[in-house]
Ligand binder design. Sequence first.
Ligand code: 13P
Ligand code: SF4
Length: 306
Amino acid sequence: MSDQTSIVKEIMDLKKKQDAVILAHYYVGNDVQEIADYVGDSYFLAKKSTELSHNVIIFCGVKFMGESAKILNPQKKVYMANENAECSMAHMVDPDYVKSIKETYPDLATVCYVNSTTKIKAMSDVCVTSSNAVSIVRKLPNQHILFIPDKNLAHFIAKQVPEKEFIFNEGFCHVHNSIQKSELLEAKKQYPNALCLAHPECTGDLLDECDFVGSTSQIIDYATGSDAKEFLICTEVGVFYELKKKNPDKLFHAVSVKQTCGNMKKNTLEGVLNALQGVHKEVVVEKEYEPLARKALDQMLYYAVR
Ligand code: 13P
Ligand code: SF4
């Protein structure tokens, strides 16, 4: 038996013994996606965590995803496959800035991308993900929207919801923000028949050149449902695994060498095994922020289906 096969076997045995379920984001490596029970975008994984009866969740993703699963399922034990996998954008908003904007606009809704810390979620009225941000913001009764932490997603939503007034923050994803419009234009020259699909964390000038903008799941669904045979993909390269699995006859190209999230790639099979073996600490969230953070996440689940 190869090392990989024996690790996978151990994972499967321990998973059963412990009544554990493995959730993985589309950005983790192919081998980890392959052994996960559920693979999806951040909204799917957060929602799925609330629908499962397992006692233990092993999360293959970044910290805010494990924390969201824990906040939504306080009775369950949640472990990260890698305890140091962080999303840098989650920390790119100053709580004092949020406080000051709240004091300035009495009718404000503070809308927080799920890529955020528990403290920031607790300061927010509602969380959103890239798959539901536009529709949830549209449904809010408030005229002024403070959108944190991501400036690119905020500007994308503001364009779709012109009837509201937005206050922005300077956060960004270093992976998506670094994909250049010039690189996309070069790739378009090279693959003139390809459709261009992008994640809304990319910059606005790049999004303006694209045929479709959506979350990781929405990009995969769009490519799968499309008659086109070739696509330029502006998001993290982990999505290629599912794209190719669902569309073996179609071609997918990255546009930049920077489309890799190092933190997502910290998730490994060994890490999943360690988590199941009790080597990792359980995910805990700050007690003082937990109830309000849960309220913001619950509001997302509420608005997403209305
Ligand atoms: P999705 O909500 O599309 O899964 O995106 C999460 C993320 O971290 C994007 O960089
Ligand atoms: Fe965070 Fe960007 Fe990595 Fe997504 S791709 S987890 S936003 S750093």
